[in-house]
Design a binder for this molecule. Structure first.
Ligand code: HEM
Length: 448
């Protein structure tokens, strides 16, 4: 999800990047729609009861009359392409808040994972423009927000996007009317214009006033403008929005436990394959390696050297080293990555004795273009998963050509039961990738 452009992009931000993107049609700013979906999904939470919150129940609530507009459907349909066993719709909606805010120049809202999708609708209770201020206070208190946070989170939500004639024809003449004069900038104009009295926000001025639907004006004024005035400082606005939007996406039903904020791995092996050639004479490792280069400019990465080491940390395996050049660069909102070319293969020969099948160490040496090795990264063990082990054992139990049966001691050893060789091979998945320390990083790497 963090690779959003160029090489091996995950395409998650395609319809909201740039912030002005109107991928669903004129006057429909997809980034604003994603942010609004996040709020509407969360806003039926009952903190005290431990129900609702960011749980994707919105997908069952589109006909309650509280979620007007096509943006909900479009957002959910787009995100459904990214549903996996490990990424729930609720997590995707939360990630969408991070992505849309960031795309519009707002703060990086830390993203935690682990939300569980609701299996049906929740209660009603999304705030509507005609509700009195006492109702707003009660609704936000139910969600777990203080009166000041109610003002803050509404200002942070209404810094992008606008009101649409199709949904609220009584509030504007036609088309889309922005909530502030910088519709695609995550800035504090929504409050500075309100304070200056020159706002054209349809929830502050215009027909809404007489209709009792100027909800932003009512909310911003609800503490005598004290919170709005604090938000008039651009830095405060960004900091406050980071905090309250994180609070918003972290409202989850009781029992749901969120992870620590997710950060992209420093080193991430991709499509790793560890296999044997016929007759198990060579063990081959192939794949790609992605290195987070955010604080490691790609000019400093000349090539990756991978060195095979056996379980004892030695490399008595013949051609133990392979080099890989870089295949491409990709970017997220906050991180950049370089991806190595599929390295040809790293083969451990078993002419003398069979390679240890279960464990391999890789030592990555980052080589600066004009300097000698300056760092080493040790990747975690690679375990050969049980399924592959079993397949290999089946393959190895096939009768070998007569010539090899007598002269290849490795063949008999390889066909022993898996658990007899290594306790750890019961593992059914690769424990890779793991967040890795990056030792000995000299300060001069920054920007150089
Ligand atoms: C009392 C609280 C709130 C009320 C009454 C309210 C009401 C509205 C209304 C009437 C619209 C116009 C929708 C349309 O015409 O498509 C709107 C737009 C929007 N709201 Fe809110 N809102 C509230 C709080 C929030 C919060 C807390 C957030 C997010 C943190 C948020 C995010 C947005 C966004 C991004 C849009 C623009 C949508 C677009 O351009 O498609 N709102 N809101």
């Amino acid at each position: 999800m963090y690779q959003i452009s160029e090489f091996q992009t995950r395409n998650f931000a395609d319809t909201i990047n740039p912030c002005t993107n109107e991928a669903s049609g004129p006057g429909r700013q997809n980034a604003a729609e994603w942010l609004r979906v996040g709020f509407h999904d969360m806003s039926t939470a009952d903190k005290e009861a431990g129900t609702g919150g960011l749980d994707a129940s919105i997908q069952y609530e589109l006909d309650t009359g509280e979620n007007l507009g096509p943006g909900f459907n479009t957002t959910l349909a787009f995100m459904s392409n990214f549903l996996t066993a490990r990424s729930s719709m609720a997590d995707l909606i939360a990630l969408g808040v991070y992505a849309s805010v960031r795309s519009c120049g707002g703060p990086a809202v830390p993203f935690r994972a682990g939300r569980i999708d609701a299996v049906g609708p929740g209660r009603t209770g999304v705030p509507q423009p005609d509700h009195p201020i006492e109702s707003f206070r009660k609704q936000f208190a139910r969600m777990g927000f203080t009166p000041a946070e109610m003002i803050q989170v509404t200002a942070c939500g209404h810094t992008i996007g606008g009101v649409h004639e199709a949904e609220f024809p009584e509030l504007l003449i036609q088309g889309e009317a922005p909530l502030d004069s910088s519709v695609a900038d995550f800035d504090n104009r929504v409050v500075t214009e309100y304070l200056a009295g020159n706002s054209t926000n349809p929830l502050v001025a215009g027909p809404a006033v007489a209709l009792g639907k100027a909800s932003d004006a009512r909310i911003f004024a609800s503490d005598g403008n004290a919170t709005a005035r604090a938000l008039a400082d651009a830095t405060v606005f960004q900091d406050v929005c980071q905090a309250v939007l994180q609070k918003m996406i972290d409202v989850v039903p009781r029992g749901v436990v969120l992870t620590d904020p997710v950060r992209p791995y420093r080193v991430k092996p991709l499509n790793m394959q560890l296999g044997l050639n016929p007759y198990a004479r060579d063990m081959r490792l192939t794949g790609r390696i992605r290195v987070r280069s955010t604080d490691l400019p790609k000019e400093m990465l000349g090539e990756l050297t991978l060195t095979y080491k056996d379980r004892n940390g030695t490399s008595d395996c013949g051609p133990c080293t392979t080099r890989s050049t870089f295949r491409g660069v990709s970017y997220g909102f906050d991180d950049s990555f370089v991806v190595s070319r599929s390295f040809p293969s790293l083969a451990g020969s078993c002419e003398r004795e069979p390679p240890p099948l279960t464990v391999a160490y890789l030592v990555l040496s980052h080589r600066r273009q004009h300097q000698r090795l300056d760092r080493h990264l040790v990747l975690h063990h690679l375990y050969l998963p049980q399924e592959r082990d079993d397949a290999l054992l089946r393959q190895q139990r096939q009768p070998l050509p007569a010539a090899r049966r007598s002269d290849d001691p490795g063949a008999s050893q390889l066909s022993q039961p898996a658990h007899g060789r290594d306790q750890r091979r019961g593992s059914r998945s690769y424990p890779l990738p793991l967040p890795l320390p990056f030792p000995h990083q000299p300060p001069h790497h920054q920007g150089g």
